[in-house]
Write a protein that binds this ligand. Sequence first.
Ligand code: AMP
Ligand code: MN
Ligand code: MN
Ligand code: MN
Length: 280
Amino acid sequence: MNSVATVDLHTHSLRSDGALTPAELIELAVQAGVCVLALTDHDTVAGLDEAQRAADRTGLRLVPGVEISAAWHFQTVHVLGLWIDPASARLRDALGRQQERRRIRMRKMCASLSKAGLPGDSLLATVEANSTLPTRTHLAAALVAAGHVGKTEDAFRKYLGAGKRAHAPADWPDLAQVVGLIREAGGIASLAHPMRYSLSSGGRRRLLADFAAAGGGALEVLTGANGVQHLHACAALAVKFGLRASVGSDFHNPQLTWNPLGRLAKLPDGIVPVWRDRNP
Ligand code: AMP
Ligand code: MN
Ligand code: MN
Ligand code: MN
Protein backbone atom coordinates (compact mmCIF):
# COMPACT_ATOMS: atom_id res chain seq x y z
CA MET A 1 0.00 0.00 0.00
CA ASN A 2 1.11 3.54 -0.66
CA SER A 3 0.35 5.73 2.30
CA VAL A 4 -1.10 9.03 1.11
CA ALA A 5 -2.09 10.37 4.48
CA THR A 6 0.08 13.44 4.12
CA VAL A 7 -0.49 14.32 0.47
CA ASP A 8 -3.24 16.70 -0.65
CA LEU A 9 -3.09 17.82 -4.25
CA HIS A 10 -6.32 19.81 -4.57
CA THR A 11 -7.05 22.89 -2.43
CA HIS A 12 -8.37 26.44 -2.79
CA SER A 13 -7.50 29.81 -1.28
CA LEU A 14 -9.38 33.11 -1.40
CA ARG A 15 -7.56 33.88 -4.64
CA SER A 16 -10.43 31.83 -6.11
CA ASP A 17 -13.36 30.61 -4.02
CA GLY A 18 -11.63 29.40 -0.85
CA ALA A 19 -11.99 31.07 2.53
CA LEU A 20 -8.35 31.28 3.64
CA THR A 21 -5.39 33.31 2.44
CA PRO A 22 -2.66 31.17 0.88
CA ALA A 23 -0.55 31.65 4.05
CA GLU A 24 -3.44 30.61 6.31
CA LEU A 25 -3.99 27.55 4.11
CA ILE A 26 -0.35 26.51 4.50
CA GLU A 27 -0.55 27.03 8.26
CA LEU A 28 -3.68 24.88 8.53
CA ALA A 29 -2.15 22.20 6.30
CA VAL A 30 0.90 21.99 8.55
CA GLN A 31 -1.37 21.69 11.60
CA ALA A 32 -3.30 18.93 9.81
CA GLY A 33 -0.06 17.00 9.23
CA VAL A 34 -0.01 17.50 5.46
CA CYS A 35 3.53 17.19 4.05
CA VAL A 36 2.84 17.78 0.37
CA LEU A 37 0.18 20.27 -0.64
CA ALA A 38 -0.91 21.61 -4.02
CA LEU A 39 -2.68 24.94 -4.15
CA THR A 40 -5.03 24.60 -7.12
CA ASP A 41 -7.16 27.71 -7.31
CA HIS A 42 -9.76 27.95 -10.08
CA ASP A 43 -8.25 29.53 -13.20
CA THR A 44 -5.55 31.52 -11.40
CA VAL A 45 -2.02 31.14 -10.08
CA ALA A 46 -2.23 34.41 -8.13
CA GLY A 47 -1.90 32.70 -4.72
CA LEU A 48 1.19 30.63 -5.46
CA ASP A 49 3.89 33.18 -4.53
CA GLU A 50 2.35 33.84 -1.12
CA ALA A 51 1.83 30.11 -0.57
CA GLN A 52 5.45 29.37 -1.48
CA ARG A 53 6.75 32.05 0.89
CA ALA A 54 4.62 30.60 3.69
CA ALA A 55 5.70 27.03 2.85
CA ASP A 56 9.37 28.09 2.91
CA ARG A 57 8.95 28.85 6.63
CA THR A 58 7.79 25.26 7.28
CA GLY A 59 8.71 21.74 6.24
CA LEU A 60 5.74 21.54 3.90
CA ARG A 61 6.41 20.95 0.20
CA LEU A 62 4.22 23.08 -2.03
CA VAL A 63 3.23 21.78 -5.46
CA PRO A 64 2.39 24.71 -7.75
CA GLY A 65 -1.01 24.01 -9.20
CA VAL A 66 -4.18 25.33 -10.79
CA GLU A 67 -7.69 23.96 -11.51
CA ILE A 68 -8.73 24.95 -15.02
CA SER A 69 -12.32 24.85 -16.26
CA ALA A 70 -12.66 23.15 -19.65
CA ALA A 71 -15.36 22.01 -22.04
CA TRP A 72 -15.84 18.42 -23.13
CA HIS A 73 -18.81 18.24 -25.48
CA PHE A 74 -21.53 20.00 -23.45
CA GLN A 75 -20.01 19.16 -20.09
CA THR A 76 -17.81 21.46 -18.01
CA VAL A 77 -14.90 19.50 -16.58
CA HIS A 78 -12.11 20.57 -14.25
CA VAL A 79 -8.50 19.78 -15.03
CA LEU A 80 -5.84 20.12 -12.35
CA GLY A 81 -2.45 21.30 -13.54
CA LEU A 82 0.14 20.01 -11.06
CA TRP A 83 3.80 21.08 -10.99
CA ILE A 84 3.06 23.82 -13.49
CA ASP A 85 5.44 26.72 -14.01
CA PRO A 86 3.37 29.68 -12.81
CA ALA A 87 5.61 32.04 -14.78
CA SER A 88 4.67 30.44 -18.13
CA ALA A 89 3.55 33.33 -20.32
CA ARG A 90 1.15 31.16 -22.32
CA LEU A 91 -0.44 29.86 -19.15
CA ARG A 92 -0.82 33.34 -17.73
CA ASP A 93 -2.40 34.61 -20.97
CA ALA A 94 -4.82 31.70 -21.02
CA LEU A 95 -5.78 32.20 -17.38
CA GLY A 96 -6.40 35.89 -18.08
CA ARG A 97 -8.89 34.81 -20.75
CA GLN A 98 -10.51 32.37 -18.30
CA GLN A 99 -10.98 35.21 -15.83
CA GLU A 100 -12.61 37.37 -18.51
CA ARG A 101 -14.96 34.49 -19.41
CA ARG A 102 -15.88 34.28 -15.74
CA ARG A 103 -16.66 38.01 -15.56
CA ILE A 104 -18.88 37.78 -18.66
CA ARG A 105 -20.66 34.73 -17.29
CA MET A 106 -21.21 36.39 -13.89
CA ARG A 107 -22.91 39.34 -15.59
CA LYS A 108 -25.18 36.90 -17.46
CA MET A 109 -26.08 35.03 -14.28
CA CYS A 110 -26.87 38.26 -12.45
CA ALA A 111 -29.03 39.42 -15.37
CA SER A 112 -30.97 36.15 -15.08
CA LEU A 113 -31.40 36.75 -11.34
CA SER A 114 -32.85 40.19 -12.16
CA LYS A 115 -35.31 38.52 -14.53
CA ALA A 116 -36.26 36.21 -11.67
CA GLY A 117 -37.13 39.27 -9.58
CA LEU A 118 -33.93 39.46 -7.54
CA PRO A 119 -31.63 42.52 -7.36
CA GLY A 120 -29.10 41.26 -9.94
CA ASP A 121 -27.20 44.56 -10.16
CA SER A 122 -26.54 44.77 -6.46
CA LEU A 123 -25.63 41.06 -6.28
CA LEU A 124 -23.16 41.64 -9.11
CA ALA A 125 -21.69 44.62 -7.26
CA THR A 126 -21.25 42.47 -4.13
CA VAL A 127 -19.51 39.69 -6.08
CA GLU A 128 -17.26 42.15 -7.93
CA ALA A 129 -16.30 43.85 -4.66
CA ASN A 130 -15.34 40.50 -3.13
CA SER A 131 -13.37 38.89 -5.92
CA THR A 132 -11.33 39.57 -9.02
CA LEU A 133 -12.13 36.00 -10.03
CA PRO A 134 -15.88 35.59 -9.73
CA THR A 135 -17.21 32.07 -9.18
CA ARG A 136 -20.64 30.71 -8.43
CA THR A 137 -19.46 30.28 -4.82
CA HIS A 138 -19.18 34.08 -4.55
CA LEU A 139 -22.62 34.59 -6.08
CA ALA A 140 -24.11 31.97 -3.74
CA ALA A 141 -22.53 33.79 -0.78
CA ALA A 142 -24.01 37.10 -1.98
CA LEU A 143 -27.45 35.46 -2.25
CA VAL A 144 -27.13 34.09 1.29
CA ALA A 145 -25.79 37.39 2.72
CA ALA A 146 -28.70 39.35 1.23
CA GLY A 147 -31.17 36.83 2.67
CA HIS A 148 -32.53 35.57 -0.68
CA VAL A 149 -31.72 31.97 0.25
CA GLY A 150 -31.02 30.36 3.60
CA LYS A 151 -27.78 28.61 2.72
CA THR A 152 -25.26 28.07 -0.06
CA GLU A 153 -26.72 24.72 -1.05
CA ASP A 154 -30.13 26.38 -1.63
CA ALA A 155 -28.53 28.97 -3.92
CA PHE A 156 -27.21 26.17 -6.14
CA ARG A 157 -30.42 24.14 -5.93
CA LYS A 158 -32.71 27.05 -6.77
CA TYR A 159 -30.66 29.27 -9.07
CA LEU A 160 -27.03 28.43 -9.83
CA GLY A 161 -26.80 24.67 -10.39
CA ALA A 162 -26.52 23.34 -13.96
CA GLY A 163 -29.86 23.81 -15.70
CA LYS A 164 -31.31 26.09 -12.99
CA ARG A 165 -32.83 29.48 -13.88
CA ALA A 166 -29.77 31.66 -13.26
CA HIS A 167 -27.13 29.22 -14.43
CA ALA A 168 -25.14 30.38 -17.46
CA PRO A 169 -22.59 28.26 -19.25
CA ALA A 170 -19.19 29.82 -19.84
CA ASP A 171 -17.34 29.54 -23.10
CA TRP A 172 -14.58 27.33 -21.68
CA PRO A 173 -11.78 26.10 -23.94
CA ASP A 174 -11.73 22.49 -25.11
CA LEU A 175 -10.45 19.77 -22.83
CA ALA A 176 -7.58 18.94 -25.23
CA GLN A 177 -6.53 22.58 -25.38
CA VAL A 178 -6.41 22.81 -21.59
CA VAL A 179 -4.40 19.61 -21.27
CA GLY A 180 -1.94 20.95 -23.88
CA LEU A 181 -1.63 24.22 -22.02
CA ILE A 182 -0.79 22.46 -18.74
CA ARG A 183 1.81 20.26 -20.42
CA GLU A 184 3.36 23.23 -22.17
CA ALA A 185 3.71 24.91 -18.76
CA GLY A 186 5.66 21.84 -17.57
CA GLY A 187 2.78 20.36 -15.59
CA ILE A 188 0.91 17.09 -15.33
CA ALA A 189 -2.81 17.27 -16.12
CA SER A 190 -5.06 15.41 -13.69
CA LEU A 191 -8.79 15.12 -14.29
CA ALA A 192 -10.48 16.35 -11.11
CA HIS A 193 -13.38 14.62 -9.30
CA PRO A 194 -14.33 12.24 -12.15
CA MET A 195 -17.49 11.01 -10.41
CA ARG A 196 -18.95 14.50 -10.00
CA TYR A 197 -19.84 14.96 -13.69
CA SER A 198 -23.32 13.98 -14.77
CA LEU A 199 -22.23 11.32 -17.24
CA SER A 200 -23.20 7.70 -17.82
CA SER A 201 -20.41 5.21 -17.16
CA GLY A 202 -19.92 4.93 -20.93
CA GLY A 203 -19.72 8.73 -21.17
CA ARG A 204 -17.17 8.79 -18.37
CA ARG A 205 -15.03 6.22 -20.18
CA ARG A 206 -15.20 8.30 -23.37
CA LEU A 207 -14.17 11.38 -21.40
CA LEU A 208 -11.19 9.51 -19.96
CA ALA A 209 -10.21 8.10 -23.35
CA ASP A 210 -10.22 11.61 -24.83
CA PHE A 211 -8.36 12.99 -21.82
CA ALA A 212 -5.65 10.33 -22.05
CA ALA A 213 -5.37 10.76 -25.84
CA ALA A 214 -4.90 14.51 -25.35
CA GLY A 215 -1.93 13.85 -23.03
CA GLY A 216 -3.70 13.81 -19.66
CA GLY A 217 -1.44 12.17 -17.09
CA ALA A 218 -3.49 11.43 -14.00
CA LEU A 219 -6.94 10.88 -12.55
CA GLU A 220 -8.05 12.21 -9.18
CA VAL A 221 -9.00 8.83 -7.74
CA LEU A 222 -9.62 10.18 -4.24
CA THR A 223 -11.44 13.44 -3.92
CA GLY A 224 -13.06 15.10 -0.95
CA ALA A 225 -14.05 13.49 2.30
CA ASN A 226 -16.63 11.13 0.75
CA GLY A 227 -14.60 10.15 -2.27
CA VAL A 228 -13.44 6.90 -0.74
CA GLN A 229 -16.69 5.23 -1.83
CA HIS A 230 -15.51 5.62 -5.45
CA LEU A 231 -11.88 4.75 -4.80
CA HIS A 232 -11.84 1.30 -6.38
CA ALA A 233 -13.93 2.30 -9.41
CA CYS A 234 -11.68 5.32 -10.00
CA ALA A 235 -8.51 3.30 -9.49
CA ALA A 236 -9.74 0.78 -12.08
CA LEU A 237 -10.43 3.62 -14.52
CA ALA A 238 -6.94 5.05 -13.97
CA VAL A 239 -5.38 1.66 -14.72
CA LYS A 240 -7.61 1.11 -17.78
CA PHE A 241 -6.61 4.43 -19.33
CA GLY A 242 -2.94 4.35 -18.30
CA LEU A 243 -3.27 7.29 -15.92
CA ARG A 244 -1.51 7.90 -12.63
CA ALA A 245 -3.45 8.58 -9.45
CA SER A 246 -3.80 11.93 -7.73
CA VAL A 247 -5.53 12.57 -4.42
CA GLY A 248 -7.02 15.77 -3.07
CA SER A 249 -9.52 17.11 -0.59
CA ASP A 250 -10.87 19.97 -2.78
CA PHE A 251 -10.67 21.92 0.47
CA HIS A 252 -12.32 25.36 0.36
CA ASN A 253 -13.31 26.40 3.85
CA PRO A 254 -12.51 25.20 7.40
CA GLN A 255 -16.16 25.77 8.34
CA LEU A 256 -17.12 22.91 6.04
CA THR A 257 -15.92 20.44 8.62
CA TRP A 258 -16.87 17.38 6.58
CA ASN A 259 -14.22 18.30 4.01
CA PRO A 260 -10.95 18.73 5.90
CA LEU A 261 -7.47 19.15 4.50
CA GLY A 262 -5.35 16.05 4.02
CA ARG A 263 -6.31 12.55 2.99
CA LEU A 264 -6.54 9.50 5.19
CA ALA A 265 -7.36 6.80 2.69
CA LYS A 266 -4.66 4.76 1.03
CA LEU A 267 -4.28 4.03 -2.65
CA PRO A 268 -4.80 0.41 -3.69
CA ASP A 269 -1.82 -1.71 -4.69
CA GLY A 270 -0.78 -1.51 -8.31
CA ILE A 271 -1.76 2.08 -8.81
CA VAL A 272 0.97 4.60 -9.58
CA PRO A 273 0.75 7.83 -7.59
CA VAL A 274 1.20 10.96 -9.66
CA TRP A 275 4.00 12.09 -7.35
CA ARG A 276 6.13 8.94 -7.76
CA ASP A 277 8.91 10.46 -9.91
CA ARG A 278 8.32 14.00 -8.70
CA ASN A 279 9.98 13.48 -5.34
CA PRO A 280 7.53 15.86 -3.69
P1 AMP B 1 -17.78 27.94 -10.99
O1 AMP B 1 -16.36 27.46 -11.25
O2 AMP B 1 -17.89 29.43 -10.99
O3 AMP B 1 -18.78 27.27 -11.87
O4 AMP B 1 -18.10 27.52 -9.50
C1 AMP B 1 -17.97 26.19 -9.15
C2 AMP B 1 -17.69 26.10 -7.66
O5 AMP B 1 -18.92 26.20 -6.97
C3 AMP B 1 -17.14 24.74 -7.31
O6 AMP B 1 -15.74 24.72 -7.41
C4 AMP B 1 -17.58 24.57 -5.88
O7 AMP B 1 -16.64 25.19 -5.03
C5 AMP B 1 -18.88 25.36 -5.83
N1 AMP B 1 -20.07 24.51 -5.91
C6 AMP B 1 -20.56 23.87 -6.99
N2 AMP B 1 -21.71 23.22 -6.69
C7 AMP B 1 -21.94 23.46 -5.38
C8 AMP B 1 -22.97 23.09 -4.45
N3 AMP B 1 -24.01 22.34 -4.84
N4 AMP B 1 -22.86 23.52 -3.17
C9 AMP B 1 -21.84 24.29 -2.76
N5 AMP B 1 -20.85 24.68 -3.59
C10 AMP B 1 -20.89 24.28 -4.88
MN1 MN C 1 -14.60 25.80 -5.94
MN1 MN D 1 -13.64 21.35 -9.30
MN1 MN E 1 -11.57 22.38 -6.67
